[in-house]
Design a protein. Structure first.
Lengths: 103, 489
């Protein structure tokens, strides 16, 4: 069987949708962060795939992926630092706890 | 590789030098000298801004790194506008930075602020999406840390987590859109994307543009992506809020225009004009309606800034040189008006800790000069004639109308009606300060030197920019000769 681009795109699409679903439904902030990672990784897969299958002569997509991974790591580190700060104040990482400011 | 092309990034290098000097001062000077750091940073930034404004060598067009980075007279002008805003923010925040609470992390505020400004420079100058994403992230990640700077106050952390989670979500969506654009065009250079997309129309392209617009729309807090704005503005320290509301928004607005024109200009009429059309109507209307019911001044200004972002977007949808000039002028005027309002809020908060609109009742009796500043800021934001806000709205409406289609006339009409609604809630503040009969809540107090200088500058801007027409003419002349004009239809 010849594995074409579309077979690779389906997992990345599923990952992205799982990420969006998890971000919206999860109540735990760490779980929300994991969902965000899923979304970012789906983007990375997409870039690598498009580069490998559609434009094999160049490296632009691959390089973008490398930078995107680094950026995702920075984002996670910062978000976890802030979550720890919140945990120190209210002793929970549940999103239902952070509702002091509302409309 | 030819390393001399780094020298094309003159303004970035200047900013980096300012950053290094502040960093070295913060690290190596004795603790007793730390009190002078805010003044040191403000003066350095002021010198840098003045040098950028008056040095003619910056006005030339240059590009570096195989066209990934580009600078020109227009780009230098928008960076100078941001610099002016940053100088005012720094001057206004001297007292806050020197407070007891902030002493252990005084330097961090300045370092993070300069790094985010550097990211915004990259966003504005980028002509390749990789550089743009790096700029976008280095502008928004340190901002989350700045929002969380008030470590002992819980609201600050809550605002920061809301900001970082929505920022990462939107940047993931943005990059997903970019991957579609890459699949369609085979390149991430704006120029190549423009060429590849000419005449194209597919569902994938519509989806890609929707993702890209929502990603940048988050930074600008356009309406379906605005939900973080009020909470973050309320929870963040006031100096950070003022920075977030003017500088970050101004940079994102200009970068948005550059992306939409230079990368996606070829599909203006059949795709993104209509997306932006809907976004503008929603942003202006929802921002205004929610602003009416806010009692906290910072939340109130958050929703006011949401609707102002809608007006700024009129300059993008205009898609002509006048729209670009009007957008830059609007950002400049918005910086002065909004920083005047935040200057007053910050001064009152530093002195008494009060931020509710009810606390402003009878303010004119106890603090007449602060109330006068607030009133001028509100008049300018609402667009009442002698002040700069009127002219910025006038030019941005004219720019949009010059585009010529009937749909845009309707859009401008809706924006005009919304201006009247906004007048109501801006005048609520003025009414509370001047007309309310109740006894004043805030005692008479003397604001600090930095706050007063900042307010004087902003008031001079609000009144001066409305009268001195050469500023707008300068912007119009600069944009008329700029290379971006080739992309307008």
């Amino acid at each position: 069987m010849n594995i074409t681009l579309i077979y690779w795109l389906i997992p990345s699409l599923i990952m992205f949708c799982c990420g969006v679903y998890g971000f919206i439904t999860r109540k735990n902030m760490i779980a929300m962060l994991i969902s965000l990672e899923l979304m970012l990784n789906a983007v990375d897969i997409n870039f690598v795939l498009f580069n490998r299958y559609l434009f094999p002569g160049q490296m632009e997509g691959m390089f973008f992926t490398l930078f995107a991974i680094a950026i995702a790591a920075a984002e996670t580190a910062l978000a976890i630092a802030i979550i720890i700060n919140i945990f120190r104040s209210i002793k929970t990482v549940d999103v239902q706890g952070i509702d002091k400011m509302k409309f | 590789m030819d390393y001399s092309q780094f020298l094309a990034m003159k303004q970035e290098i200047g900013l980096l030098i300012v950053f290094l000097l502040v960093f070295l001062y913060d690290t190596f000077m004795p603790r007793s000298a730390g009190k002078q750091l805010p003044v040191f940073a403000s003066v350095l930034m002021l010198i840098f801004t003045a040098a950028c404004c008056f040095c003619p060598c910056l006005a030339g067009s240059e590009s570096a790194f195989a066209g990934m980075y580009e600078t020109s007279a227009v780009i230098a002008a928008i960076k100078n506008i941001l610099n002016i805003g940053v100088v005012i923010v720094l001057i206004q925040s001297v007292k806050w930075a020197n407070s007891e609470e902030m002493a252990p992390r005084r330097g961090e505020f300045y370092e993070l602020l300069l790094v985010t400004l550097f990211g915004m420079y990259l966003m504005i100058s980028a002509r390749h999406f990789l550089l743009f994403v790096i700029g976008l992230e280095s502008a928004s990640l340190p901002l989350a840390a700045m929002v969380a700077l008030d470590k002992n106050r819980y609201e600050s952390s809550e605002a920061a987590i809301k900001y970082i989670l929505t920022a990462v979500f939107s940047s993931a969506v943005f990059m997903m859109g970019l991957s579609f654009v890459y699949a369609l065009s085979g390149s991430l250079y704006f120029q190549n994307i423009y060429l590849a997309l000419t005449g194209q129309h597919s569902t994938m392209l519509v989806l890609a543009l929707a993702f890209v617009i929502s990603g940048v729309g988050f930074k600008l807090s356009l309406v379906p992506f605005h939900l973080w704005t009020a909470d973050v503005y309320q929870g963040a320290p006031t100096s950070v809020t003022s920075y977030l509301s003017v500088i970050s928004k101004g940079a994102a607005a200009f970068a948005f225009l550059v992306i939409l024109c230079q990368a996606f200009g070829a599909v203006y009429a059949n795709i993104w004009e209509w997306m932006l059309y809907a976004l503008i109507i929603l942003t202006i209307t929802v921002g205004n309606l929610f602003a009416i019911r806010q009692r906290n001044m910072k939340r109130f200004l958050a929703f006011s800034s949401v609707s102002q972002a809608g007006y700024i977007m009129l300059g993008v949808i205009a898609f002509n040189a006048m729209g670009l000039a009007a957008l830059m002028y609007y950002i400049l005027v918005y910086i002065f008006s909004n920083l005047a309002a935040f200057g007053v809020i910050g001064a009152i908060e530093n002195a008494t800790g009060k931020v509710s609109m009810d606390d402003y009742r009878g303010l004119s009796k106890t603090n007449p000069r602060l109330s006068l500043c607030m009133m001028l800021a509100m008049f300018s934001l609402a667009g009442i004639p002698p002040f700069a806000g009127f002219f910025s709205k006038f030019f941005i409406f004219t720019g949009a109308i010059n585009q010529g289609s009937v749909a845009i006339y309707v859009l401008v009409l809706i924006a005009l009606i919304n201006t009247i609604i906004s007048l109501y809630y801006y005048l609520l503040v003025v009414k509370a300060m001047y007309i309310a009969e109740e006894a004043p809540v805030v005692e008479t107090f003397k604001s600090s030197c930095g706050e007063r200088i900042g307010l004087w500058i902003t008031i001079a801007g609000i009144i001066g920019l409305g009268i001195v027409s050469c500023v707008y003419n300068f912007l119009l002349d600069t944009t008329a000769t700029s290379a971006i004009n080739a992309y307008f239809m």
